[in-house]
Design a protein around this ligand. Structure first.
Ligand code: NAD
Length: 477
């Protein structure tokens, strides 16, 4: 039985209710979580506030950096355990689970080094004045986390908030809590004071909503779907609470005829099958210049047919989807494609060892997807790649920008001038030229435009969002 972690203690929810923890590889329940309520959130906010007021805000930036670094090292010592937890809880193939745990190490390492490099400015003003700015923490920050990359998103969001001097109340997704509860306990072991990191589990519409509404929360960092992002914004607007929104995507991978296809093909595939396509920055639309459309689809088709899907512990190319409703969502998209007569080029294979009760979906390559079809407009959040062709640069840009999203874009071309033109014209938060970062490195600011959200996490830039700027003007004559 998993308990909430508040003030460095295991705490049972006052609701007396629990939620099952299900292994996506076989659909079986193997643990239980607290189904928390608003009073559990209140207890966590109070613990966080107390921590901030009595001590945390007085800890020097250098000392905060040391603590974050100690946590990064502690996580590094426990990578195998965390990867195993994530493998079972989220159905991630071992390689992916391990990569997530290592990214978490890297986030805390990066933000450890950033703590004492964050500062304000002095501003030239009129004679007789000295004017300067301070970057101050918001105070108690709320973090609402999705299930697809719990450790990575915790690392970038909580790591950045702590580095900037905040304390954190975290609401993980109901399908992916176990690794984060463990990390909060590791933080206590290395010396994070009670209340600095609090974890409260439960449903979004219950406990997530209570977190977003709580008057003691000074900033909300939300990562999740655009529809819930809208709700968070509305709730936060009631009390003018600042919000960072990291939402969905329908990211294009654009391949020009002069591209190095040998280099591109494995990256194009990984960008859609990594984490079974359940990635906000998945390269889910493939835009190909018409001269190479047929040969590229043929090569990709062979590669898709070779992809193997199975239980997380088998560590194949693709693991299960997170839950049955997600599997049903992908099936609905695929049956819509069939009804619309969208041709399927190829599919991977679910191995015989995969239990019937697991949530598997073979990677699927579709072609000639009309730009206005929902497969070209909406997030599937599964391993489904929608291909279409374009004539020239102008049409590529028009197609790429023709969704409500703008998170990431990939461009494959060896024409240097075109690389820059495309990077300028694409409306997205990140552009990758001749590579595709699927979210990119820890150091790279990340976030969207349009319905992909606003504000930036990752990199040094994130620290600006986790602080508020105070201007001090001294008149000394
Ligand atoms: P979701 O919006 O359903 O849930 C995200 C979190 O919000 C969960 O913790 C959930 O419990 C909580 N939540 C749900 N309803 C709530 C409410 N009414 N009030 C407060 N909290 C609530 O999203 P998901 O299905 O967990 O994740 C998939 C989505 O997340 C996709 O759209 C994906 O693109 C997006 N995502 C974005 C990024 C990014 O950085 N841009 C990263 C990962 C995932």
């Amino acid at each position: 039985m998993q308990l909430n972690y508040i003030g460095n203690e295991n705490v049972v929810s006052s609701s007396g209710r629990t939620l099952p923890v299900i292994d996506p590889s076989d659909g079986q329940t193997f643990d239980e979580l607290q189904r928390s309520n608003a009073s559990d959130i209140d207890a966590a906010v109070q613990a966080a506030r107390h921590c901030f007021e009595i001590g945390w805000q007085k800890v020097s930036a250098a000392e905060r950096g040391r603590l974050l670094y100690r946590l990064s090292q502690k996580i590094a010592e426990n990578v195998d355990e965390l990867a195993l937890i994530e493998q079972r809880d989220c159905g991630k193939p071992s390689k992916q689970a391990r990569a997530d745990a290592l990214a978490l190490v890297r986030y805390f390492e990066f933000y450890a080094g950033a703590c004492d490099k964050l500062h304000g400015d002095t501003i030239p003003y009129q004679d007789g004045y000295s004017v300067f700015t301070w970057r101050e923490p918001h105070g108690v920050t709320g973090h609402i986390i999705p299930w697809n990359y719990p450790m990575q998103i915790f690392g970038r969001s909580v790591g950045g908030a702590l580095a900037a001097g905040n304390v954190c109340v975290v609401k993980p997704a109901e399908d992916a809590c176990l690794s984060l509860i463990r990390v909060a306990k590791l933080a206590a072991e290395v010396g994070f004071p009670p209340g600095a990191i609090n974890i409260v589990t439960g449903y979004g519409h219950e406990v997530g909503d209570a977190l977003a509404r709580h008057p003691g929360i000074d900033h909300i960092s939300f990562t999740g779907s655009p529809s819930v992002g809208t709700l968070i914004q509305q709730v936060a607007a009631e009390r003018h609470c600042p919000v960072t929104l990291e939402l969905g995507g329908k990211s294009p991978q654009i391949v020009f005829a002069d591209a190095d296809l040998g280099a591109a093909i494995p990256v194009l595939i990984n960008a859609i099958v990594q984490n079974a396509g359940q990635t906000c920055s998945a390269g889910s639309r493939l835009l190909v210049q018409q001269d190479i459309y047929e040969p590229l689809l043929q090569r990709l088709g062979h590669a898709f047919e070779a992809l193997r899907v199975g239980p997380a512990a088998m560590d194949l190319d693709v693991g299960p989807l997170i839950r049955q409703t997600q599997q049903q969502r992908v099936w609905d998209f695929l049956s819509d494609a069939q009804v619309a007569g969208i041709p399927m080029v190829a599919q991977g294979v679910v191995v015989d060892e995969a239990p019937e009760s697991g949530f598997y979906q073979a990677p699927t390559l579709l072609r000639d997807v009309p730009v206005d079809h929902r497969l070209a407009q909406e997030e599937v959040f599964g391993p489904v790649l929608a291909a279409m062709s374009f004539r020239d640069e102008d049409e590529a840009v028009a197609l790429a920008n023709a969704t409500r999203f703008g998170l990431v874009a990939g461009v494959w071309t060896n024409d240097g001038a075109r690389q820059f033109r495309m990077a300028r014209r694409l409306r997205s938060g990140q552009v990758f030229i001749n590579n595709y970062g699927a979210g990119g490195g820890v150091e790279l600011p990340f976030g969207g435009v349009k319905s992909s959200g606003y504000g930036r996490e990752k990199g040094f830039e994130a620290l600006h969002g986790f602080t508020t700027l105070k201007t001090v003007a001294v008149r000394h004559g």
